[in-house]
Design a protein around this ligand. Structure first.
Ligand code: SF4
Length: 695
């Protein structure tokens, strides 16, 4: 197709954190054709089912087309005046901590940067959090605890170069399909072996050498067993351990951990043999690790084993977190989490706060205390401590744990502002003000994928006439609140340059996130920016971290953490005897506001379902394709029964995608209680006690 060699626009898929490059061409009728970008290092031209169907998911159907205030159409000037006036009044009366922003890993880095600057630098609160809290915040906390900063040590090339890849709590085949394809290519080329650690037998197990159907929540116990075996077999790297603090205590705690993993001794031995006997081992982990009340410990249990053996930051070796969303990493980089500052600087560090305040020319010292993390934030809305919340590109009334309570809290909140591309969502129904935003293929900026590669998202479609870029909406409010100079940008390249310049300060503090080498790029260079893995500074460019044994704690050493495994926060009992695990379907994304528009994608799974072992189903009187009522301590759902031998007995699985708009009784987030990891604040979405009965 000649359009793809002449006029195609290079952009990035808006779904998962693999961050695949796409080529976009408009057809004569104003439609879109999408191909994989052969020059993008993440996917080298390949696309999964979701990426390949992108062209079917754009268009004006269901879009929010104009601002709405109090349920009535409004022009932009009066809508923005109203938001600024109400925010200003609430801040003046109740203080800056009475307002909050709840953001999304769908936002571009430039949008995220402006939101973080406005709240932390100018409004004077750290109440900025994001749906990435539900996705990978345990990894952030685990990285910071082990390395002293939130850096992914490895790159996608490590998957190509590994001899053993361990998937922990990751259905890579469905959730990060292009990385799974890379893994399959490595298997074909060099015989890479695969271990899957997952309570469920998923599509990722089909090509695995070993599947370990672990008891939910027992990952720390299993990796403690591995660490104890590493020590017992003399497989530690004593040279590398000179760069690591806490090895002795971590190994002692690992030896003492006798918690049941649900696996046989033979299975555990096979796992330890393969892991210890293979030097090039990459441990990929995802939501099964992160979405847990001990998620941070799980991350550190994995990292402990890599530090003990020195298998980190070298080709084909390392712990590797794969993020759910396209720009979860960009959000981390700008400080879009309530406990982060900007550019991986720390809110609790006075020198970092002072430097950022000076750089932003902030009107007052930056907040010292972390803001409210997602679950706390909506608790505060429910309790009236948060009186105004601005929700951007996410649907918490459908997706937060205890979603019914969140929806009720938003309906009662004094001011709810929602920026979105979609007119009707569970959250939009709770909004006082709706602001129409540009969507994918319309907006302009950057995203960062799971291996630290910054890529451009570029516009190719005009978008609805009245829709606006998120950074521009946020900057307009900043100016209306009185900070004209600080929010004076008129194009995203200016914001990117400011962000890159600020990262130079982080680099000056010795942090890894330093893209100051991009701070001086021209608008044209920004427009043409090719995928670039950070860091990009005078000192270094791209590559891996930590193979040289240099870390970011004050003594320059990494930390192995002494860990004792804990069961999930809520355990099944006679009233609720089953454990509910939640997750994604292969062909849908989040609440289906885009993928739901493609008939082809919806054909894979047309309605919310419940996977259950046939013997459990028979005992309950559930028939295949019948309906099951599932109840938890917080909610109720009705789901279509699927008999699945890959489920452990006593455990069930349901997908997260359906909402009050698409299947009112299929909102599984209403079932999940907001039990959080104490360090990361990430809720436990994989182990909810439920009762099940036929309907
Ligand atoms: Fe998009 Fe992820 Fe699929 Fe790549 S793997 S095409 S980023 S959904």
């Amino acid at each position: 197709d000649p359009r793809f060699t002449t006029t195609a626009v290079r952009s990035t898929c808006p779904y998962c954190g693999v961050g695949c490059g796409v080529l976009l061409a408009r057809d004569d009728a104003g439609g879109l054709t999408v191909r994989g970008d052969p020059d993008h290092p993440a996917n080298r031209g390949a696309l999964c089912s979701k990426g390949a169907a992108l062209a079917e998911t754009v268009g004006l159907g269901g879009r929010l087309l104009a601002p709405r205030v109090g349920g009535r159409a409004a022009d932009w000037e009066s809508a923005l005046d109203h938001v600024a006036w109400r925010l200003g009044a609430i801040i003046a009366r109740h203080g800056p901590d009475s307002v909050a922003f709840y953001l999304s890993g769908q936002m571009l880095t430039e949008d995220y940067y402006v939101a973080n600057k406005l709240m932390k630098g100018f409004i004077g609160s750290a109440n900025v959090d994001t749906n990435s809290r539900l996705c990978m915040s345990s990894t952030v906390a685990g990285h910071r605890r082990a390395f002293g900063t939130d850096t992914v040590p490895g790159t996608y090339e490590d998957i190509d170069e590994a001899d053993l890849v361990v998937l922990v709590g990751s259905n890579l085949a469905w959730c990060h399909p292009i990385l799974h394809r890379r893994l399959m290519a490595a298997r074909a080329a060099r015989g890479t072996r695969i271990i899957v650690i997952d309570p469920r037998r998923t599509a990722s197990c089909e090509d695995a050498d070993l599947h370990l159907p672990i008891r939910p929540g027992a990952d720390v116990a299993l990796f403690n067993r591995l660490l104890a075996e590493i020590a017992a077999r003399g497989a530690t790297d004593t040279g590398f351990l000179a760069h690591v603090e806490g090895a002795e205590a971590a190994i002692a705690a690992a030896r003492a951990d006798r918690a049941d993993t649900g696996l046989s001794e033979a299975q555990i031995r096979a796992f330890c043999d393969m892991w210890i006997d293979t030097t090039r081992v990459v441990t990929i982990f995802s939501q099964g690790v992160n979405q847990s009340s001990s998620g941070t410990d799980k991350v550190n249990a994995i990292i402990n084993c890599h530090l003990a053996t020195g298998r980190i930051g070298r080709p084909g070796m390392g712990p590797f977190s794969v993020t759910g969303q396209p720009n979860a990493m960009g959000g981390r980089e700008v400080g879009g989490l309530a406990n982060m500052l900007a550019c991986h600087m720390a809110l609790e560090n006075p020198a970092h706060r002072t430097a950022v305040a000076r750089f932003w020319n902030a009107p007052a010292p930056l907040p010292e205390r972390p803001g409210l993390k997602a679950v706390e934030m909506f608790d505060a809305v429910a309790e009236g401590r948060i009186r105004a919340i601005w929700i951007i590109h996410t649907n918490p009334a459908a997706t937060m744990p205890d979603a019914d309570r969140v929806r009720a809290a938003l309906k009662a909140c004094e001011l709810v502002v929602v920026s979105d591309i979609t007119a009707q969502t569970d959250t939009a129904e709770c909004a006082d003000v709706l602001l129409p935003a540009l969507g994918w293929a319309e907006k302009d900026g950057t995203v960062t994928n799971s291996d630290r590669t910054i890529s451009r998202q570029r516009p190719v479609l005009p978008g609805p006439r009245l829709a606006r870029a998120d950074w521009a909406i946020l900057a307009d409010i900043g100016r209306r609140l009185g900070w004209r100079d600080a929010f004076a940008w008129d194009r995203p390249a200016q914001i990117f340059r400011e962000h890159a310049a600020l990262s130079g300060i982080a680099g000056g503090f010795g942090l890894d996130f330093d893209i100051s080498g991009l701070a001086g790029i021209s608008d044209a260079e920004y427009d043409a920016l090719a995928p670039t893995r950070w860091p990009v500074s005078a000192a270094r460019r791209g590559g891996r971290f930590y193979g040289d044994g240099r870390f970011h704690h004050a003594d320059g050493r990494a930390r192995m953490v002494a860990l004792t495994s804990r069961p999930p926060a809520d355990m099944p009992d006679a009233e609720r005897p089953f454990v509910l695990n939640t997750g994604r379907a292969r062909d849908h994304w989040h609440t289906m506001t885009r993928t739901g528009r493609s008939a082809r994608l919806s054909a894979h799974m047309a309605e919310p379902w419940l996977d259950i072992h046939p013997k459990d189903a028979a005992r309950l009187g559930l028939a295949a394709a019948g309906l099951a009522e599932v109840t938890s301590a917080t909610g109720r759902a009705v789901l279509r029964v699927r008999l699945n031998n890959g489920q452990r007995r006593g455990e069930v699985f349901a997908p997260i995608h359906w909402t009050g708009q698409t299947a009112p009784t299929g909102r599984v987030s209403a079932l999940v209680a907001g039990r959080c990891d104490p360090l990361s604040g990430q809720p436990e979405s994989k182990a909810t006690p439920v009762a099940i009965r036929p309907l």
